[in-house]
Design a protein around this ligand. Structure first.
Ligand code: SF4
Length: 227
């Protein structure tokens, strides 16, 4: 598989936010989100075998813990990563998969926590989410919507109301998009959508969702890689 980087940091998003986590960042993405902060994954990287990736994960976190497969789009490496996920789970790691949900997810091992980033109009990639993937979601999984403006919020709200009522899922997260050109002070002013505004919309509509901030962008400089 083609690996951009493997590193240990704090998990910045999802209900696991704040916990130490090893990130396995894979190369290549088939989408081009307007606010993407991982464009450096679109090409390059280093070919590594599953054994080599596992060795590096165990070096960084010998006692288990969280491991997230991210990218790029990790499901473009499905053939290699799915068996590796099974191996890591059998060795008591908690495995997360960050994916856009554009690729089929039914073969992802049952115990993996899927964090599925449904693209909204502001990303330029709305409509890429594969609706059949809704049937693969369990109470271990999370749906994430990264929002740039009111139109994105309404898209996400309508998606939740139409598709998620009565469905068992771990969490639904609405998260303000970060500016691609953000640098300097680590503050909410770098968000494309003001978190306070988003909080007020969520409360006004009484939505059963969690507001998520990308906390790594507030801890480290927004443009730093390997965080
Ligand atoms: S899916 Fe992720 S890696 Fe791919 S373009 Fe969108 S934000 Fe970037």
């Amino acid at each position: 598989m083609q690996i951009i980087e493997i590193y240990k940091s704090l998990q910045g998003e999802s209900s696991f936010a704040g916990l130490p986590c090893v990130f396995v960042r894979l190369a290549i993405c088939n989408l081009r989100c307007s606010w993407c902060d991982s464009e450096y994954t679109f090409k390059g990287g280093k070919k590594m075998s599953a054994d080599e990736v596992e060795t590096e994960v165990r070096r960084l976190a010998p006692d288990g813990g969280l491991v997230e497969f991210t990218g790029g789009e990790p499901m473009l490496h499905e053939r290699e990563i799915l068996p590796l996920m099974e191996r890591l789970i059998s060795k008591r790691y908690t495995v997360l998969l960050e994916t856009s949900g554009e690729r089929p997810l039914e073969k992802v091992p049952f115990l993996v926590h899927k964090i599925v980033d449904v693209k909204c109009p502001g990303s330029g990639e709305a409509g890429t989410f594969r609706n059949e993937n809704l049937y693969t979601l369990t109470d271990r999984d999370e749906l994430k919507f990264v929002l740039a403006d009111r139109a994105d919020y309404e898209f996400a709200r309508d998606f939740v109301e139409k598709n998620m009522t009565g469905r068992e899922i771990g969490n639904i997260i609405f998260s303000p998009a970060f500016r691609k050109d953000a640098n300097g002070a680590r503050s909410a002013e770098h968000c494309l959508l003001d978190p306070q505004q988003l909080a007020e919309w969520i409360l006004a509509d009484n939505l059963p969702v969690r507001l998520g901030l990308q906390i790594h962008k507030f801890i480290w400089q927004p443009q730093v890689k390997g965080i």
